[in-house]
Ligand binder design. Structure first.
Ligand SMILES: NC(=O)c1ccc[n+]([C@@H]2O[C@H](COP(=O)([O-])OP(=O)(O)OC[C@H]3O[C@@H](n4cnc5c(N)ncnc54)[C@H](OP(=O)(O)O)[C@@H]3O)[C@@H](O)[C@H]2O)c1
Length: 251
């Protein structure tokens, strides 16, 4: 792998204080980027910044709130003056059968996973020059039919679609837009499903057994795909969805 592909670059990672975002932020910094991470939780942002080191800084912003997105982008503009890489990663999963889904759950998931991603990109674009890149985080579940994931998967199908439409729209501006679609990856998101330990263990066992590689992926394996798509190595790649799922969506 080429080292220091992001020397002198500025990367903004939403949800960079946990899981896949943190792994990507760490990897961008390791390869030379100055990284700004965002999330809602000041404590975990501070911990992530301390862990990543001097190349990282953090900002509290809820991507479901337009004022927060604008504040985040103003912060990056004043601190760094530009964005070379945007990893629009922040997201939540609220699972359950359709009968249990409420308007409040629908609005929460769409506001964060879809509206948040959309307007983060919109607000970031004035800071992005030719040669910069956007990577979106969708999900394998946007393509596979999985029970009890309807609201989440609708939001992620929107993210996937956004990668294609904006990939086409921004190609002329020299800005590439691509999507990673992770399969099951061990991150704190599984603790948010509201499952009892035995139920969670059962879900994880099923996901493992049904995966062609018979295992979960790691956050670092997703980060490697994100960095590739964000790097000059992917200079002729835009509008694609790259599965990082152990083959779960392919066979
Ligand atoms: N893990 C998997 O198996 C998997 C598979 C496919 C796709 N994904 C996607 O990967 C992305 C990252 O998830 P993860 O697995 O890394 O889970 P995670 O560890 O729970 O991370 C979620 C991140 O999103 C941030 N976030 C959530 N709501 C936010 C909001 N309203 N405003 C700003 N930040 C917000 C969280 O920060 P705060 O808590 O501080 O807000 C956190 O940093 C999500 O979009 C998820 O859908 C994950």
């Amino acid at each position: 792998m080429t080292a220091m592909r992001f020397d002198g670059k500025v990367a903004l990672v939403t949800g960079g204080n946990s899981g896949l975002g943190l792994a990507a932020a760490r990897a961008f910094a390791r390869e030379g980027a100055e990284v700004v991470i965002s999330g809602r939780n000041q404590r975990t942002i501070d911990a992530a910044v301390a862990e990543i080191g001097a190349k990282a800084s953090g900002f509290v912003a809820d991507v479901s709130r337009m004022d927060d997105i604008a504040g985040l982008i103003r912060h990056v503009a004043s601190l760094k003056g530009r964005i070379d890489v945007l990893f629009a990663n922040a997201g939540v999963a609220r699972l359950g059968p359709i009968a249990s889904m409420t308007e409040a759950i629908w609005d929460e998931v769409m506001s964060i996973n879809l509206k948040g991603v959309y307007f983060t990109i919109q607000q970031a674009l004035p800071l992005m020059a030719r040669g910069s890149a956007i990577v979106l985080n969708a999900s394998l579940s946007a393509s596979n039919g999985v029970p009890d994931t309807s609201v989440y998967t609708v939001s992620k199908a929107g993210v996937r679609s956004l990668g294609r439409s904006l990939g086409a729209e921004l190609a002329g501006a020299g800005i590439r837009v691509n999507v990673v679609s992770p399969g099951p990856i061990e991150t704190p998101i599984f603790q948010t499903f509201g499952l009892a330990p035995a139920e969670l263990a059962d879900v994880k066992r099923q996901l493992t057994e049904s995966n062609p590689m018979q295992r979960f992926g790691s956050a670092d394996e997703v980060a490697r795909a994100v960095l590739f798509l964000a790097s000059a190595e992917a200079s002729y790649i835009t509008g694609i969805e790259m599965p990082v799922d152990g083959g779960a969506g392919s066979f």
